[in-house]
Design a protein around this ligand. Structure first.
Ligand code: PAF
Length: 279
């Protein structure tokens, strides 16, 4: 497995090898959720294809008060996992090479990115779109695999790729969960024992709303209230948002139909967790 640290090195390696390229963009601190994405990429690439995992903690998607400096960076363990799961290369650039002095070009999506996490984290999706387009330009993937835990990110990237004619097929993979339902996230490692014990309330709330929808309740207000009531049973939880939205446009809905999404972001202490469920 190659470890490539610059765009030039990546391009040279791509030129010197052949086969379909499947990219898994990550910020490292890899867990089983990422593992499932890499395994999926391996299957999509087949024996003759190339699986590239990018590991880059992207500064432009962190707000000024967010956790950029404390974001975990266990590169050796990440590389070992990539190797075990059959990745062919890791793209691991430094912030200085991705954002050289004078960097002044950003990509903004103005519709799907506007609400939910986009409203709570101004500039976040601008950073995501910018770095993902750069990763696409450098790694030239035929296919890129993202996890649906970051549901809004998936929709924003899909819109960006469509709007800017990016020649990549996007594959969105289901969220991988701990046995108690908590969605796997690199940020789960920030939770102390009490926060960790209470965090599965997010999944319980979303499942309760899904059950009510399947029993005939379609009111967004009532379904989100079901989620909120469940979350209120966790004394430490502080809701950022619970929203019912159209599964494609992410516009708020008042009545849910099949394929819509209930999404949430909730703080446990300083750690902000997100999750979602499809009706
Ligand atoms: O989902 C992530 O880990 C990041 O937002 C991504 C897509 C790698 C861009 O930095």
């Amino acid at each position: 497995m190659k470890i490539l640290k610059t765009a030039n090195a990546m391009r040279k390696w791509l030129d010197a090898t052949t086969g379909r390229t499947v990219l898994v963009p990550t910020m490292g601190a890899l867990h089983r959720g990422h593992g499932a994405l890499i395994e999926k990429a391996r299957k999509l690439a087949g024996k003759s294809g190339r699986v590239v995992v990018s590991i880059f903690v992207n500064p432009t998607q962190f707000g000024p008060k967010e956790d950029l400096s404390r974001y975990p960076r266990p590169f050796s363990a990440d590389a070992e996992m990539c190797q075990k799961l059959g990745a062919d290369a890791i793209f691991h650039p430094t912030p200085e090479t991705v954002y050289p002095p004078g960097f002044s070009t950003y990509v903004e999506e103005h519709s799907v990115a506007a609400g939910l996490c986009g409203a709570s984290r101004p500039g976040h999706f601008r950073g995501v779109c910018t770095v993902v387009l750069k990763l696409f330009n450098v790694c030239r993937p035929d296919v890129a695999v993202f996890g649906l835990k970051d549901f809004q990110q998936c929709r924003v990237i899909a819109r960006m790729a469509r709007d800017l004619d990016v020649p990549v097929r996007l594959v969105f993979a289901p969220t991988v969960r701990e046995s108690d339902g908590l969605a796997m996230s690199s940020r789960n490692t920030y939770l102390d024992a009490e926060q960790r014990a209470q965090a599965p309330v997010l999944r319980r709330g979303l499942l309760a709303a899904q059950k009510a929808f399947r029993a005939g309740e379609t009111s967004a207000a009532k379904l989100t209230a079901i989620v909120a009531r469940q979350i209120a049973t966790a004394p430490i939880a502080r809701v950022d948002y619970i929203a019912a939205v159209d599964g494609e446009s992410l516009e708020p809905v008042t009545k849910l139909k099949r394929g819509d999404t209930i999404a949430l972001a909730v703080f446990f202490g300083k750690t902000r967790l997100i999750d979602n469920i499809q009706t």
